[in-house]
Ligand binder design. Sequence first.
Ligand code: PLP
Length: 463
Amino acid sequence: MDGALNENDISGIIEADRAHVWHHMSQHKPYETTDPRVMVEGKGIHVWDAKGTRYLDGVSGGVWTVNVGYGRESIADAVRDQLVKLNYFAGSAGSIPGALFAKRLIEKMPGLSRVYYNNSGSEANEKAFKMVRQIAHKRYGGKKHKILFRERDYHGTTIACLSAGGQPERNAQYGPFTPGFVEVPHCLAYRAHEQGLENAANYGELAANAIEEVILREGPDTIGALCLEPVTAGGGVIAPPEGYWPRVQEICRKYDILLHIDEVVCGLGRTGTWFGYQNYGIEPDMVTMAKGVASGYAAIACLVTTEKVFDMFKDDSTDPLNYFRDISTFGGCTAGPAAALENIRIIEDEGLLDNTLAMGTRLMMRLEELKEKHKVVGDVRGKGLFCGAELVADRLTKEPVAEKLAQQVVAECSAQGVLIGVTNRSLPGRNNTLCLSPALIATEDNIDEIAAAMDVALTRVFG
Ligand SMILES: Cc1ncc(COP(=O)(O)O)c(C=O)c1O
């Protein structure tokens, strides 16, 4: 594998990029004096940039996406074959891969039965919000329309998704936002002291009870849904504490509130189960997913609902506005489900859920070792191949390290040929959690290499 281009090609591509491409989440001023990174090729868990540098990708394409790894010819073949057969038809009609993938997906999601196709995680979440709003109009005279979201969670980049966003730095300067979205407190046990709940043995239950307090304050008859990440991703890799989920489920049922789980990062397979929520025995009403559905080989996102939710939009009323009047030109068309079908086959046939559990345990063990060795590592946490290490200047006060130091650790790993992530423009002064999410095909050697690079990087930055 050689991603290197010749000198002229490299400088031409980098110049074209510098002159014309506006990168996501990037301040471009530094590119006046440094080269932007341009990625060229990938195979397995490795990627190459335009200068031919090889990286072990510990973050699956930067944003926890390429779950089955790079260079999967069988997925590319499935997409090619489908595009030649039928590249497009509007989603008001079905398609062969759309029908087959929906059936396959639903087999993995007992209790759910309907798949609504979209392009991106943000779009899938928007559609879920629209469903909640329409249900409020159809059944509750518009009253039960509010959507609860949690501090530190992220649900996407559009204005409605940011309205449901618990990360102030993602929202800053983009308001005003959509009314009817209400925040509930986070459930990060490591920072329970900031909620006055330090040392609480039943922190999980108390964190869930805080949701009920918000519901009672707002009025249960105004709340349509609660939208949560099963394991918070960009808000700090937070696997909810023991006792949290059963209580959340109980609260939703008590007040007739739809439980919407945002699996955009955790689905499919990231936590060692098909979906993150399946670790906790909960029964959501709506589930959204995107990144790992086709591992980035084609754009696809799904909003999956119960038959009960679906039935709320199905009747023979004479009202012509009564059904879910939503459309998306490219949602579900046709390369996406074709790629997703092959992606799910690979996860199953290669036993990648078991590998994720085994490698996730190893990764967590390595992180614990780093915590033993480096006092700057205050907390390590995660689920499956989805882990975080929070860096603090003082273990006692848990004061976060300066963000630029956390970013320096990432840069020092990159200099060793290992890509890791860090919470990025999420929480003011709190973007101090290193993020790890290697492909589900990771080997023991890959995990050890990631940890070894982090060890060196932590020593270089903090001594
Ligand atoms: C939990 C979660 N939900 C939704 C989204 C938005 O997905 P997309 O970027 O595909 O719109 C993201 C993106 O990072 C995410 O992490």
